[in-house]
Design a protein around this ligand. Sequence first.
Ligand SMILES: [Fe+2]
Length: 322
Amino acid sequence: MKIAFTSCMSFTVFAQQPVWDQIAAQRPDRLLLLGDSVYIDAPPYPIGMTHPKDMAPVEFLQHVLARWRTQLDQPQFRALVSAVATDAIWDDHDFLWDESHGEGAISKIINRENIRISRALFNAFRRALDERLAPGSFPSAYNDASINQTHEPPPGYRHRALSPGLQLHLTDGRSWRIGRELLGANQRAQIEAKLAAAPDAVHLIASGSVVQADDDARWAQFDDYTWLLGLARKYKILVLSGDIHANRFKSINLGDGRWLHDATASGAAVCKLVGTGSKCQNYGLLTTDPAALRLDFFSHGTPDSVGSWAIDRNTWQTTSVA
Ligand SMILES: [Fe+2]
């Protein structure tokens, strides 16, 4: 099985988006979008606005709907996700805006309606992906009933058994990210139950945030980090992450022959610093066979300096692949 994975694209920053044609040429079986599929807070804003946090809910709804609509109408993206089974998780830029966790935005009453709106649009995006963008699968008007329900659930955790030996966990890393909590107790319990039900399988944990990094959006600054390392001492876990606008592969040695791997592919169609810096065309490719998982990373359609790696399914150790 071939799984392409990437994150971070913005039509307003990078309209051409050749990365989707590059991914299509690999003929993947699945695509994973690891967050920041739209940038709610990337300019341009409606006239008179300086930031989406200043918008009234109806303006915010129209603004966020337009962001999703333009991404779904981006021709190369549309062709790929119409043809390939695609799963998406969200990150801060599709949830509210950059640094929204640091300012405690999730807990402020003033943001409650805008969070309902961003949930509604992201849930609509997931439904459209599930339907391979069938006509009418995504709302075109801001007053469409499907995105105006009083109680809009958070996207939440999703699990897919890709095969008995390969399990995919799609986390919701934004709905319960409060203080030192990243996933919240309920979501952690859901994941633990699925891991325990397939103790010998390889578990792919899709996460917007990387496990370790220098910036603020990493597992290592949350209490959930200790929980994740504990699970990796028991189960074979490969985190697939986004966020950092670069590709990266990092393995954490937990001792006693145990490892936690984190494969990051980020910067599908955005600039290095969102709106400025060099334009990124990054993605990763996970290829599985009965003996090993192979990871390849690409930038601008060519192999990235991150290199190619194999993870032995039995020992869970990595080797560099020429
Ligand atoms: Fe991003």
